[in-house]
Design a protein around this ligand. Sequence first.
Ligand SMILES: O=C(O)c1cc(=O)[nH]c(=O)n1[C@@H]1O[C@H](COP(=O)(O)O)[C@@H](O)[C@H]1O
Length: 251
Amino acid sequence: MPALTSRAFRGIAAATPKDAPMTEIADPRDRLIVALDLPSVQAAEALIDRIGDAATFYKIGYQLGYAGGLALAERLAARGLKVFLDLKLHDIGNTVEEGVRSASGSGATFLTVHAYPQTMRAAVRGRGAGLKILAVTVLTSYDDADAAEAGYGLPVAELVAKRAAQAAEIGIDGLVCSAAEAGSVRRIVGPDRLIVTPGIRPAGTEAGDQKRVMTPGDARKVGIDHVVVGRPITGAADPRAVAQAIVTELA
Ligand SMILES: O=C(O)c1cc(=O)[nH]c(=O)n1[C@@H]1O[C@H](COP(=O)(O)O)[C@@H](O)[C@H]1O
């Protein structure tokens, strides 16, 4: 995979509004969500120790969740760290509603569902106090060709916009999209819903399987609330330093 450079982002950055407002967040570290995409709880705890107080917010997804990570989520929340449970639920309404209800007792701050109207309505019905539901619009590993291959008749930007409008109408708390769509999503959903953007790559780092990417500094300018960063931190020789640099870029 080619390394990404500032030049690679120039087109995207030029197309976005300058210094769009971000939601007020008291601690700038809360803007960075570190994706704990690791094979074991032991590996995750070792990374959290190395990062120390440079990060306050961690995401637990499939890889760690199916390897004991759900219990870890409860322990991290009990320690005062913020937890994003990235379960990306999508099923019949009853199953989603009851799954969200179960997750509401975990102490997590965020939980993801896919942005299908039936799924989002069910998630809102099951949502307990303190848990915010994020709807994943179109995965950041998709481009227009991938959307067409999956059977969608809209380009990614239009599909994201359509799903963002549906999510806002249903009462979802926040959207997951790429930073490239954050400006248009903000105009659709208004100031009160969260915009959370994966596909974030510090300049010079590998995109890997991500297709809609942006640097933390450019993402800051388009009004995101939180960024999600995995491999650039989990694979770094000094994960604490990378986390600190990203928080500085976002501040
Ligand atoms: O819901 C997510 O967090 C998510 C949505 C999306 O569209 N794209 C995306 O990459 N993610 C997650 O964000 C993280 C990105 O990881 P890196 O590509 O390693 O930075 C992974 O844990 C993905 O599962």
